[in-house]
Design a binder for this molecule. Structure first.
Ligand code: ADP
Length: 239
């Protein structure tokens, strides 16, 4: 066998593994530019959804800037959050099974909820995203997660509060809150989402309840040290 150039040699043990690593190094890196993601999305989702995605991207950038978080990661996760929004239930289920994800009874009944997990898989496999914080922010954008990072909160909040969601006093208040306090806003948006699901008579995925409880607790821990936040907590409970 012809020897590989020095730069392509690897320390792998099997010749097949060595060869595929060497070949992947010859390929250009995956193109995850904004233009390519938008081009891909335009073939997958209707124009109204593209406009929602762009508003989520804008709001996520604003929140990341205000809270001194990584603006580029926020923009990338927001742009990619709905990559799998229009995948059919069968495709979502088979992607989740292939990935080895545990599918719970609520997801089995409503596979659309898996579009968030599937979006992270597409971001990784189609666009070569490797940053776990970005991938997790995509994965948690619908149901939230009790372990969600602040970047995850930014994408969760931007998705729920982007201007296209409406201009009710409640939404305006939550937008203002998200600019001030990501933890409190995440608790309050999870609350609002649960109220909406109950009113609509929908099944509730327990992860949103867990998210609500975790962020309420985290917020309560911060108010012990911060009297201004304590006033906001009382106000939040009254409204
Ligand atoms: N905790 C939950 N339990 C069950 N269904 C949920 C939950 N959260 C959101 N959903 C439902 O999942 C669907 C997708 O949510 P989402 O991604 O936020 O949608 P959209 O961006 O279209 O508003 C919606 O129909 C919503 O009602």
């Amino acid at each position: 066998m012809r020897e590989l150039p020095k730069a392509l040699q690897t320390e792998g043990t099997s010749p097949q593994v060595d060869k595929s690593i060497a070949l992947s190094r010859l390929l250009p890196p995956p193109d995850r530019s904004r233009a390519r993601v938008l081009f891909w999305l335009k073939g997958q989702v209707p124009e109204t959804r593209i406009r929602h995605i762009l508003r989520v991207e804008q709001f996520a950038i604003e929140l990341a800037q205000r809270h001194h978080l990584d603006r580029e990661k926020a923009a990338q996760a927001a742009l990619m959050h709905d990559l799998a929004k229009f995948f059919k239930p069968k495709r979502l289920l088979s992607m989740a099974i292939a990935e080895g994800l545990e599918i719970d009874p609520i997801e089995e009944m409503n596979p659309h909820l898996l579009h968030a997990d599937a979006g992270a898989i597409v971001a990784r496999d189609e666009f070569g995203v490797t940053d776990s914080e970005v991938l997790n922010a995509i994965r948690h954008h619908t149901l939230g997660s009790p372990e969600m990072s602040l970047l995850g909160c930014v994408v969760y909040l931007a998705d729920g509060l982007e201007p296209g969601r409406g201009a009710t006093p409640e939404l305006e208040e939550l937008r203002d809150l998200s600019r001030q306090d990501l933890i409190q806003a995440t608790w309050r948006v999870a609350d609002a989402s649960l109220r909406h699901l109950i009113q609509a008579g929908h099944l509730i995925h327990p992860r949103t309840v867990q998210t609500r409880n975790a962020f309420l607790q985290r917020f309560k821990q911060t108010v012990v040290k911060d009297p201004i936040a304590k006033i906001q907590l009382v106000k939040g409970i009254q409204t």
